[in-house]
Ligand binder design. Structure first.
Ligand code: GLY
Length: 258
């Protein structure tokens, strides 16, 4: 069986209206965004990932940031309840997709809110950002679903960026990486490696030491190459204008099959 599957959702016609929290709005070229998205998907394919498209949610400008709609641990999916009301229409298609993949499904329920971008999994540890989109009740519900499965859930305050994973992700060896000025509490992560660029904090683990990263973080890519990893750079400038990054453009499901 194919062991590396990723859920993706192509950008919709209203992409340029995506939400902004920490950035000023600058014009988004929707056609260029589509080409960049195709380049991102091609990079996944080139490194052995099979992609599955989640049904469009064209009324939701931010639907391309598909990772926010779900958290998957082992074969259990927790369907998010997005902190932004304009994103709530994104979850129905995601639920259908994870059911098709054979996941059992839980849902975050009112008054909980949780965005998948606030959840960073490293082995059996699940860091969850409590910030603008994920509330305390969302954190409680995530604990209730995943702790019985053996996860250690660590809650982390997030104030400086949109989502926890806007600030930190992790290298294949478990080292948490982040751009220091945007990490609220670096001491909560060990080991922690500061990176020289904001976009350098975001890596998708492609397997075999390969790291999918934004082309806007060349110095961080050099740092990772110097540590023996292999950066694979993709230009995602149009998504970065909407506070998106490489991690939120897909949901990687290797643990379902590995
Ligand atoms: N633009 C991504 C978000 O605000 O959710």
């Amino acid at each position: 069986m194919h062991t590396k599957k990723a859920l993706i959702r192509r950008p919709g016609p209203r992409l340029a209206e995506g939400l902004l929290t920490h950035l000023e709005r600058t014009p988004v070229d929707v056609e260029l965004a589509l080409r960049q998205w195709e380049g991102y998907v091609a990079a996944l394919h080139a490194h052995g990932w099979q992609t599955l498209e989640v049904a469009p949610a064209d009324d939701c400008p931010d639907a391309v940031f598909v990772e926010d709609a779900v958290v998957v641990f082992r074969n259990v999916a927790l369907i998010a309840r997005p902190g932004a009301e304009t994103r709530r229409g994104e979850t129905a298609g995601m639920e259908e997709a994870v059911v098709r993949l054979g996941c059992s499904v839980n849902r975050v329920r009112e008054p909980g809110t949780l965005d998948g971008g606030d959840v960073l999994k490293i082995g059996d540890t699940i860091y969850v950002g409590r910030g603008g989109r994920t509330n305390a009740e969302g954190v409680r519900q995530l604990r209730a679903v995943f702790e019985p499965l053996g996860a250690r859930v660590v809650a982390v305050p997030v104030a400086k960026v949109l989502h926890l994973k806007s600030a930190v992700t992790a290298l294949p060896d478990g080292t948490v990486i982040g751009y220091d000025p945007l990490v609220d509490s670096p001491s909560l992560f060990a080991p922690f490696l500061p990176v020289p660029e904001e976009a350098g904090a975001h890596v998708v683990l492609l397997g075999g030491g390969k790291l999918l990263m934004a082309a806007s973080a060349p110095k961080s890519a050099e740092l990772f190459a110097d540590l023996g990893f292999d950066p694979v750079l993709v230009d995602i400038s149009e998504f970065e204008k909407l506070e998106g990054c490489v991690t939120c453009l897909s949901v990687r499901l290797r643990e379902l099959y590995g």
